[in-house]
Design a protein around this ligand. Structure first.
Ligand code: URA
Length: 210
């Protein structure tokens, strides 16, 4: 069982993250690095996927070989920045089911406002991985997990690139059953709800909107 918080300290993850934090890193590199890191983080978050044994024939002899068991996992992208993590993970787990939760942060209240929700059927029997690069206040993450639970999900994990202590605490309080996997825990949030030192607005940096 994963702990409530797992920080992936692998040197490749940390090196790539440092390049992403640098304000001079281009949109193109940022997007590529996010894709690469997402696959390394996915390795960790899928560590306990159920396995079974299946009989196959290698060119040499029959073999009882390990293979994934159970329903396909569901990846839920919290729009819009979640898509940057989604693409890389889908390369690794191409048969995953995919859902989207559209939430934006009201700039004044910092509270999440829902504008889109579409998730795969049968969430109850699947491992559900919600992805959003930045766990900041935790308001959108908590709201997204609330919605997923209402849709029947019982086995949820939250995957992010960077987390603030405030967001981790908020998630732990609201959803203690949802393990968080991240590449780093930063110092704090600033007055605008941005993670410090962070990497700025993940959506703007990956899509080049600012
Ligand atoms: N969302 C971002 O994109 N960046 C932050 O620092 C916090 C929330």
């Amino acid at each position: 069982m994963l702990d409530h918080l797992t920080v992936v300290t692998h040197p490749l993850v940390q090196h790539k993250l440092t390049i992403m934090r640098d304000k001079d890193t281009s949109t193109k590199s940022f997007r590529q690095l996010l894709r690469e890191i997402s696959q390394l983080l996915a390795y960790e978050v899928t560590r306990e996927l159920p396995m079974t044994i299946k009989r196959i024939e290698t060119p040499i002899c029959p073999m009882d070989a390990p293979t994934l068991d159970g329903k396909k996992l569901a990846l839920i992208s919290i729009l819009r920045a979640g898509n940057g993590l989604l693409d890389g993970i889908l390369e690794l787990v191409p048969s995953a089911r995919v859902g989207f939760v559209g939430l934006y942060r009201d700039p004044d209240t910092l509270q999440p406002v829902q504008y889109y929700y579409k998730v795969p059927e049968g969430l109850d029997g699947r491992l559900v991985i919600a992805v959003d690069p930045m766990l900041a206040t935790g308001n959108s993450s908590v709201a997204a997990v609330d919605l997923l639970k209402k849709s029947g999900a019982t086995n949820i994990r939250f995957l992010c690139l960077l987390a603030a202590p405030e967001g981790i605490a908020r998630m732990k309080e609201a959803h203690p059953d949802v393990p968080i996997v991240t590449a780093a825990v930063d110092s704090h949030l600033n007055d605008h709800g941005y993670i410090v030192p962070g990497l700025g607005d993940a959506g703007d940096r990956m899509f080049g909107t600012k």
